[in-house]
Design a protein around this ligand. Structure first.
Ligand SMILES: [Zn+2]
Length: 267
């Protein structure tokens, strides 16, 4: 069996980690966010492998009125300007960095890491991870971990490139100390559309608990950011880091919803 073969070639500790961790997304199957554009607010699709059951989160509570902006593909020359915009609005974001780009933008990466925003891992080389052998996956995450450490970051979050993730990759990320997160709102800014289109796509899905996907590599995204933050403020939403988002979601778990939506059995 393919999965057994994969486990057999991995180091013992890693194989043990894969064995005990739940595989919410079956191995070899691309994520819901990758195939549908965005994930629903459901644990297995948004934060695969997490013990936080999003079905038990009461999104009407004041504590849940948070949005996580996630900004992928940096470090990038646009990052200092993004920091200024975030600061002007009292907002925070999470930057998912590509390890291979860190040496070239070392100063910027350090600046972002020290800014009070969060920095996560977006792998070393931005591959389609389900195409990789287990040893290549391990290399990619480990190299990114080293690159991030060179700017003082120990990532708590992992964003798979293209949302391409399976249960084994989410388990491997967890072995590296990272939770995996997809997104509920896709700016589709990589299509090189203008700021108005980007703003519209995000604002449509700007709601409590939203996780927004953007890219720091696009000037139009930077141009759209102030209006997105202003609209969020109008709706009483706070823009927080991924770790703050998770804390807010855990704080908003309610016993009533837990009874209505009991946690699914782990096999
Ligand atoms: Zn990316």
């Amino acid at each position: 069996m393919m999965t057994l073969f994969r486990r057999a070639v991995l180091p013992l500790g890693l194989a043990a980690a894969l064995f005990v961790l739940p595989s919410a997304v079956p191995a070899g199957q691309r994520s819901y966010a990758a195939t549908h554009g965005a994930a629903p607010f459901v644990t297995e699709h948004l934060i695969p492998g997490s013990d936080l059951d999003l079905a038990q989160v009461d999104l009407t509570l004041p504590a849940a009125k948070v949005v996580a902006l996630t900004i992928d593909d940096g470090p990038d020359a646009n990052d200092p300007q993004i920091l200024d915009i975030l600061r002007a609005h009292g907002a925070k974001a999470t930057f998912f960095y590509i390890g291979a780009k860190i040496p070239e933008h070392h100063g910027i990466a350090r600046l972002v890491a020290a800014s009070g925003n969060e920095v996560g891992s977006h792998t070393q080389t931005h591959p389609m991870t389900t195409d990789l052998k287990p040893t290549e996956r391990e290399w990619n995450l480990a190299q990114a971990e080293k690159a991030l450490a060179s700017v003082g970051v120990q990532a708590a979050w992992f964003r798979p490139p293209y949302g391409d993730v399976d249960g084994a990759l989410a388990a491997l990320a967890r072995h590296h100390g990272m939770a995996t997160v997809l997104w509920t709102a896709d700016s589709q800014d990589w299509k090189d559309t203008g700021p108005d289109v980007i703003r519209h796509r995000i604002v449509e899905r700007l709601a409590p608990g939203a996780v927004v996907l953007m890219h720091s590599t696009k000037a139009a995204t930077v141009a759209a950011l102030p209006a997105i933050l202003e609209e969020g403020e109008r709706r009483g939403l706070r823009f927080v880091t991924m770790s703050e988002w998770e804390a807010a979601m855990r704080q908003s778990v309610t016993p009533e919803l837990a009874l209505l939506h009991p946690a699914p059995r782990r096999h």
